[in-house]
Design a protein. Sequence first.
Length: 659
Amino acid sequence: MAVDHAAAEVDHLAAERAAARFDVEAMKIAWAGSRHAVDVADRMARLVASDPVFRKDNRTMLSRKDLFKDTLRKAAHAWKRIVELRLTEEEASLLRQYVDQPGYVDLHWGMFVPAIKGQGTEEQQKKWLPLAYKFQIIGCYAQTELGHGSNVQGLETTATFDPMTDEFVIHSPTLTSSKWWPGGLGKASTHAVVYARLITEGKDYGIHGFIVQLRSLEDHSPLPGVTLGDIGGKFGSGAYNSMDNGVLRFDHVRIPRDQMLMRLSQVTREGKYVQSDVPKQLLYGTMVYVRQSIVADASKALSRAVCIAVRYSAIRKQFGSQDGGPETQVLNYRTQQSRLFPLLASAYAFRFVGDWLNWLYTDVTQKLEVKDYSTLQEAHACTAGLKAVTTSATADAIEECRKLCGGHGYLNSSGLPELFAVYVPACTYEGDNVVLLLQVARILMKTVSQLTSGKQPVGTMAYMGKVQHLMQSKCAVKTEAFEARALRMAVNCAQNIGQASNQEEGFYERSPDLLEAAVAHIQLIIVTKFIEKVHQDIPGHGVKEQLQNLCNVYALYTLHKHLGDFLATGSLTPKQGALANEQLGKLYAQVRPNAVALVDAFNYTDHYLGSVLGRYDGNVYPALYEEAWKDPLNETVVPEGYHEYLRPLLKQQLKLSRL
Ligand SMILES: CCC/C=C/C(=O)SCCNC(=O)CCNC(=O)[C@H](O)C(C)(C)COP(=O)([O-])OP(=O)([O-])OC[C@H]1O[C@@H](n2cnc3c(N)ncnc32)[C@H](O)[C@@H]1OP(=O)([O-])[O-]
Ligand SMILES: Cc1cc2nc3c(=O)[nH]c(=O)nc-3n(C[C@H](O)[C@H](O)[C@H](O)COP(=O)(O)OP(=O)(O)OC[C@H]3O[C@@H](n4cnc5c(N)ncnc54)[C@H](O)[C@@H]3O)c2cc1C
């Protein structure tokens, strides 16, 4: 039973649920990963849903100030509950997820703590982490500047070592060097990991991380030399406006030398720069960590939107039989299915590839601990590429779900506008998606160039080693078609770049094609990981069959959508393309009776979904009607402003008509 629906009196979706051909409880386990994962998520979701402090149905009606205060209140209350109930790290993180309101704690736990863990020495970790763990300090991640975000090497903030005092002087030399965007910086954080150019002995050693205190721990006022503020309102109502994305300027602010994060490189007491024997890209480790978690978040956001759209499509009826019989559920329209079911399949696909990516990340981290850097490039390519492809697809899908819900999808009470507004910046933060895909493309080009030297590609690039076969064969098997498409697109790009006067120029000219080659490579990974998942032993009546269906939907839909690539590279014939489309229609018919149960398997509470259209009990119309009356505009029958602006107008019209 989904968590807060036990009391639902009428289940308007009961017939849909009864029609499902698989065990929903077992599917919940397949989705969450284990029985334990289902149980703990269930408990945390229930805890949040039943606590009035975590109410969020009025969020889009709050002013920015009230919304921010509400966020502070929720964060403090969540922390109180975490301490009182002695929640584990896993439980606490789920509780924060279900509170579902972007706020400074996301950056504190999600970036500040990981940056210190990844880039701080053991000594620095011992000093700073206990303070952060107990919330005696609040931290954020201050990298992006007004003038530069994507180009990290172009950042301008300086950290100049002063050997006289054994301190770094942090300074913002220009307006464009102002830190701009960091979440939690504007109003909440007391500390930040600040990225700045390290200058010592007159030499610029590039970007490094520093722990800098920004606000007094006594009264929260900015420390001398520090200018701080919020950067202003953002897209949509409610949504990401709960976050205090901030601006920060330094005027020669001094910090002790030991606040430079010194795991990757050090500055000695005398001011000598010492590079450790670790790759300098580890400076970007926090971003890699967050990118992998963003892939898991994509499946959460997408599954929420799909859950709303599927349930509502089963309730909503339009048109019907000619003889006045019942109208048709819009979920029965073939067009609705062909728009919605690929999104349902994508939610599952992203979930499983997210799990795999988490495994890859953990594996790389363990290897790094024993100084094995061999999989660093693979981790970068997979996190960057999957982050880009899954967030772009999810942002588009949320908007598609809004349209699938017709007019009511445009109401705030559908939950979809806010979900979209909160979600879309994921295409930009933690690396603009185009910039990240170009990173993948660079690695693809490097791999192609090494093929002739006999170097065998490994990991997710291993298929490129089958170059002779994949360049020539006609592909009968689905994965092979995806492999051939990705490889041939990459090889085409490499050949075209090879004809340019130099590599950089060629890469620049061919970058639109390179983006598409990178997408093809990443889609191959998603399809492969879904197939690997369905080949596992998956218990529960009908569960494996449903996942197999969804896997086929994802693969064939992707193939259909990018048929141009497959045909242009000769990876498929037009006849195979047409057959794939035929097959897709049949698969949708198999998904149809299971659709509602497949979204029930996400096990979301009505509180977390935050949507009158996606209610578990399907009792949509009374809820929509009731919700409308809660709008502040309906507090008075005659609107404020009537006497000033409507009455005189109407009176004037009355006078004119009497003339
Ligand atoms: C949740 C909401 C909160 C949001 C928070 C934020 O947004 S926070 C702000 C988020 N901000 C952003 O996300 C900013 C996005 N921008 C960036 O991440 C970087 O500027 C860049 C990667 C685009 C270029 O960097 P660059 O000019 O320094 O480098 P380059 O291109 O010249 O490549 C040199 C080599 O490094 C390799 N390599 C690169 N990255 C990694 C890695 N992570 N790991 C391992 N390796 C990596 C690359 O493959 C290449 O290898 P090769 O060929 O030499 O063997
Ligand atoms: C909601 C939100 C929260 C954020 N939180 C944080 C935070 O906590 N801490 C932090 O430090 N930062 C944060 N950021 C900043 C974020 O990381 C950057 O905005 C992001 O990295 C993109 O950089 P940019 O803004 O410089 O975009 P730009 O690089 O200026 O992008 C503008 C356009 O240029 C294109 N472009 C750029 N470079 C290239 C290229 N080489 N080739 C082709 N096209 C290119 C892009 O594709 C895009 O279309 C946040 C941003 C947002 C929106």
